[in-house]
Design a protein around this ligand. Structure first.
Ligand code: SF4
Length: 434
């Protein structure tokens, strides 16, 4: 490698210029106007023109009242091959896969989320994440039903205790929609199957938590905890809050994105009683950042719930800086801090969604320094076999020149940092200038 350096500055043009990408935009929304409506405490949930056109076509007997009722959305989820074919022009591959599917992780799409998908194009990103294809039947080397070894770290049914001071509390096997790359595909959408979740089980988990004073942080997940009725969820949060050593509660959910109408005024009022309560929201693509989702995020943020996002890196769906950047910036504008970008777990049948790890590093490289630091998530691999999350970052250290550490900046230029007591970078590079 040949580097021409001057102390503290590199006069060469950047080796990597900012790249031109086609940008996928979020929907054009007046965020100030939505924020003003939210502040007024309106009970009414907004209905976008896309939603209106959709329900008038496919649920003509319904109006905004039904559409905005999350129970109605839940009841009317698109689940069978016939219901799918009524709305989407299914490819032969999709039709066959859906018809032959048995076991957990069925197809399930809320009418609202279906309204965001292409009715014609099987390659459209959101549709690909929710309508199965024949590729799901393939099992590639390294794939498993429980790649993260959660079952191994399960201490009582539904409670995974892997990290020293925090636990994962699986509350339910139900989601409003089922993502085809779900890490818990083995456990969701299969009532009566191998995995069961019930208040009786919650009692066992609560007893374990009361005994384990080292646990200070509980992440409620599933399935989707916001698919649980308000009174039951309130009961569970109250019981958790009654355990003195539990300092911190988190809810992992996709509901504000796939069923934003779930974020009712009464739900946020209830959640507010259980602070400090944080929320991690599963998001995938800028097309999800609609008027309705903006309202849902606004309600949660106004209730003082810190919001973070979690995104799975998916091939052909969001593995492009032209998609990821507007997604991360769009979240930030809506008061959601991009938190994690996940390398797709090697779950059985997910090979068609998985990118190389380099792709994730390339995306982080395209974000860091090129946009607000708050808009940059942490890129992690959840290590198969229960190793936990491992942070992946583009390598900033390119070498050492005597007492100087050589660092690469976001443009690819190399800078010196005086580090006489350090040794990292030694031997990594020889300087041609020497
Ligand atoms: S919402 Fe979460 S738990 Fe449910 S199917 Fe999607 S990824 Fe899995």
């Amino acid at each position: 490698m040949s580097l021409h350096l001057v102390r503290g500055h590199d006069l060469r043009p950047p080796s990597r210029q900012a790249r031109n990408h086609s940008i996928i935009n979020e929907q054009n929304i007046d965020l100030q106007k939505v924020a003003a409506t939210t502040k007024l405490g309106s009970q009414r949930f907004p209905v976008s023109d896309t939603s209106k056109r959709f329900y008038r076509r496919f649920w003509p007997e319904s109006g905004p009242g039904e559409w905005n009722d999350w129970h109605w959305q839940f009841r009317n989820r698109v689940r069978s091959p016939e219901e799918l074919a009524r709305i989407f022009r299914l490819s032969a591959d999709e039709h066959e896969a859906v018809t032959n599917h048995k076991g957990p992780l069925p197809v399930g799409i809320t009418p609202y989320y279906a309204s965001l998908m292409s009715l014609e194009d099987p390659q459209e990103p959101l549709r690909r994440t929710h309508i199965m294809t024949g590729k799901e039947a393939l099992r590639l080397p390294g794939e498993a039903d429980d790649p993260l070894g959660e079952d191994h770290d399960t201490v009582v049914p539904g409670l995974v205790h892997r990290y020293p001071d925090r636990v994962l509390f699986l509350t339910t096997g139900t989601c409003s929609t089922y993502c085809r790359y779900c890490t818990r595909a083995r456990a969701v959408g299969n009532p009566g199957g191998e995995y069961q979740f019930s208040p009786k089980q919650w009692e066992q988990a609560l007893a374990y938590l009361a005994d384990h004073t080292e646990v200070r942080d509980v992440l409620l997940s599933g399935g989707d905890p916001l698919s649980i009725a308000d009174d039951k969820l309130d009961w569970l949060l109250t019981r958790l809050r009654a355990i003195p050593h539990i300092e911190f509660l988190r809810i992992g959910t996709k509901m504000p994105v796939v069923l934003p109408q779930r974020i009712t005024r009464s739900l946020v009022k209830m959640l507010k009683r259980h602070h400090p309560l944080w929320m991690s929201i599963h998001v995938t693509h800028p097309h999800e950042l609609t008027l309705e989702v903006t309202e849902a995020f606004g309600r949660l943020a106004d209730a003082g719930i810190p919001l973070g996002s979690q995104t799975v890196l998916l091939k052909g769906i969001n593995d492009d800086i032209g998609v990821m950047k507007p997604l991360m910036q769009g979240l930030l504008k809506r008061r959601v801090k991009p938190y994690y970008l996940y390398q797709c777990d090697p779950i059985r049948g997910s090979g068609h969604f998985r990118t190389s790890v380099e792709k994730g590093l390339e995306i982080i490289d395209g974000l860091r320094g090129h946009t607000t630091g708050y808009a940059c998530p942490q890129f992690v691999i959840d290590a198969p076999g229960g190793g936990g999350k491992i942070l992946m970052a583009p390598n900033a250290v390119v070498g050492r020149d005597g007492d100087d550490l050589l660092l690469r900046n976001f443009e690819g230029a190399v800078y010196r940092y005086p580090d006489p007591e350090g040794s990292i970078g030694s031997g990594a590079v020889r300087l041609a200038a020497e």
